[in-house]
Design a protein around this ligand. Structure first.
Ligand code: FES
Length: 126
C-alpha cells in the first residue's frame, strides 16, 4: 500500500495521523517527515524512500562512509546491519544504510520546486 498525503492540509498533527495509520495496518513501516507520512516499501532503504517521495536529502556514498545523508531522528529507533564508518551523533540516522523496522519520525523536508524561468513568459503581465 502506498500512502502519500500532505498532513499539513489536515487538522490532525503528524503523530496522530501516524498512530491512526499504524492502527489500521500494524505491519506498515511508516516514515513521518516534516511534510509527509509515507510507507517504506519492501527492500527499500530510508534514503530510497525519501527520494521516491520527493524529499530533499543529500548523499554521496550511499553506504555509510561519508555521512552526507545524516538526518535528525525525532522519534522511533533504527538499527544498522554493520556499524557505519561515518559519525552518527545522538538522535541522528544515516538513511542510506540504517534498517527501519518500526515507525519513525525524522527531520526532513520535501524538495522545493523552483520555478523554471525558461518555461514561463517573464513579460506576461506587462
Ligand atoms: S550517503 Fe554516505 S553515509 Fe549515507
Amino acid at each position: 500500500m502506498q500512502i502519500h498525503f500532505h498532513p499539513r492540509a489536515a487538522v490532525l498533527p503528524n503523530r496522530l495521523w501516524q498512530a491512526m495509520l499504524q492502527r489500521l495496518n500494524p505491519s506498515m513501516t511508516l516514515i513521518t517527515t516534516n511534510d509527509k507520512i509515507f510507507e517504506l516499501q519492501a527492500g527499500e532503504t530510508l534514503l530510497d524512500g525519501l527520494e521516491r517521495t520527493g524529499h530533499e536529502v543529500e548523499y554521496q556514498c550511499r553506504s555509510g562512509y561519508c555521512g552526507a545523508c545524516r538526518v535528525k531522528l525525532r522519534a522511533g529507533k533504527v538499527d544498522y546491519d554493520e556499524l557505519p564508518l561515518a559519525f552518527v551523533g545522538p538522535n541522528e540516522v544515516l538513511p542510506c544504510c540504517c534498517r527501519v523496522s518500526g515507525p519513525i519520525e525524522i527531520d526532513c523536508r520535501v524538495r522545493v520546486q523552483e520555478r523554471d524561468l525558461f518555461d514561463s513568459d517573464l513579460f506576461e503581465n506587462q
